[in-house]
Design a protein around this ligand. Structure first.
Ligand SMILES: C[S@@+](CC[C@H](N)C(=O)[O-])C[C@H]1O[C@@H](n2cnc3c(N)ncnc32)[C@H](O)[C@@H]1O
Length: 440
């Protein structure tokens, strides 16, 4: 089923191109190491508080809980450490203003998903029941479903009763590492400390154990497969998925960066399911679509809206804290609905294109009295294309690495008239439809 060779590291299945692996390990290592440093800094402030002799019990609770959590994060760091090369680490390009690089949400999601406490279970029940009830009113194929940015996977897991196969993927090594441990029957112990917003000292450092009950594990057997991958490079064949679920994920990365991926992998009549807020964890306002624009975008690309609702839930509620969030989750389901011989594509500034297979061209001219310039003829699947010099220039720049916007500026610096970007855009769309090009 997969288009990439899986690499297994510490029982975690990784489906990332081999050429990207070194930087993936280095980037992940950086993230966990940064989080570890953050926890140690906090621990030191609690130890200082403890040494001052006031509010001893409070500082003792926080100190003990941080020591345990530091131990957990240190485990992840040491699993990755042997895979990190100095060169990849030195070449890392980290956006330090982006806090997704330094915060670790695993334990927040482990507490919601696999500790079976009443408030998180209520959130999950409302979410999962609403999704299932609404989906039961729609006709769709239930062969397989992919959950992108699945976290520690509980929501994906609960859909194994609907789909024959559920794939759950996340780019985070530790999310999949934790989920795989649980699937292997292990228990994960951790604390969820609260320095503020608590009523009593008992609420300061509650301890949790995450575990998947045996009966639940027995029910899924080989129906549930989890792996690390990047939503920007999904390891599935085109037209191979019946449904793609984006639960609390849509607002993590701009839609235009991952739309082509899920659009290509979804079969015709396949479902795209979104559930969650549009909180947008990136800074480019251009991409912070309203729900209405988001829906329109799908409809413009050949999708039919089947569900457009709001479902209110608490979010990551913890009864030990005085405060909690409520989300008016947007629940949106769109069905890919394109005629059999037409596929829709979008080319954005960031889109990277490549020739699917090499194409041949000839340059010919007529030898006569007058001067005659050589003319290029390009052989394309649906016929030859004469006068193709400009097209060949463009195709030469589509190397599978350069984003479309840079292709345009390279063309411009080669003396090309790029005022007609619509012409270039339409040409590339046409070549995508002819299967001459592919989106990387
Ligand atoms: C807000 S969490 C939601 C987790 C899960 N869907 C849930 O509701 O429990 C977003 C998840 O997206 C993952 N993520 C971020 N960028 C990703 C990418 N490029 N590809 C795949 N997953 C990604 C994060 O690691 C994180 O686990």
């Amino acid at each position: 089923m997969f288009t990439k060779k899986p690499i297994i590291h510490n029982e975690v299945q990784i489906l990332i191109d081999e050429s990207e692996l070194e930087s993936y390990y280095a980037e992940s290592y950086f993230l966990y190491k940064s989080h570890l440093k953050y926890l140690i800094r906090k621990l030191n402030t609690f130890k200082l508080g403890l040494a001052q002799g006031k509010r001893e019990k409070y500082f003792q609770l926080l100190t003990d809980s941080y020591i345990r959590n530091i131990h957990n994060v240190n485990n992840i760091v040491s699993v990755l450490e042997p895979k990190v090369t100095l060169e990849a680490y030195e070449n890392l390009q980290i956006n330090t203003t982006d806090n997704t690089q330094t915060t670790l949400k695993d334990f927040i999601y482990l507490r919601r998903d696999w500790c079976f406490k009443s408030e998180p279970e209520q959130q999950l029940k409302t979410t999962i029941d609403s999704l299932k009830i609404e989906l039961s009113k729609i006709e769709f194929e239930t062969g397989n479903a992919l959950f992108i940015g699945c976290g520690v996977g509980r929501i994906a897991f609960e859909f194994t009763d609907i789909y024959s196969k559920v794939y759950a993927t996340d780019k985070s090594f530790s999310m999949i590492w934790h989920l795989q441990k649980l699937l292997n029957g292990k228990t994960i112990d951790f604390y969820s400390p609260h320095e503020k917003n608590v009523k009593t000292l008992q609420n300061v450092a509650p301890r949790y154990s995450a575990k998947i009950p045996k009966d639940k594990l027995n029910n899924i057997l080989d129906k549930f497969e989890v792996f690390v991958s990047d939503v920007l490079d999904l390891p599935f064949k085109d037209n191979s998925l019946n449904s793609v679920f984006s639960i609390y994920f849509t607002d993590v990365i701009a839609l235009k960066l991952w739309f082509n991926q899920i659009n290509q992998k979804l079969k015709n009549k396949g479902l795209f399911v979104h559930f969650g807020p549009l909180d947008y964890f990136f800074s480019n306002e251009q991409e912070m679509y309203t729900a209405e624009e988001f829906k329109q975008f799908f409809e413009n690309n050949g999708y039919k809206t089947l569900i457009d609702k709001t479902i209110e839930t608490t979010h990551l509620e913890d009864s030990n804290s005085i405060s909690y969030k409520v989300y008016r989750n947007w629940f949106f389901v769109a069905q890919k609905n394109i005629s059999s011989n037409s596929t829709t594509f979008e080319i954005f500034d960031e889109t990277i294109l490549k020739l699917r297979t090499p194409v041949s061209y000839k340059r010919e001219g007529i030898l006569d009295d007058g001067e005659k310039e050589l003319e290029a003829t390009l052989n394309l699947p649906n016929g030859t294309f004469t006068g193709a010099d400009a097209v060949i220039q463009i195709l030469k720049l589509l190397d599978g690495k350069t984003p479309y916007i840079e292709v345009l500026s390279k063309l411009q610096s080669n003396g090309f008239d790029v005022n007609d970007t619509k012409g270039i855009h339409d040409l590339l769309l046409d070549l995508l439809k002819q299967n001459v090009l592919k989106i990387c």
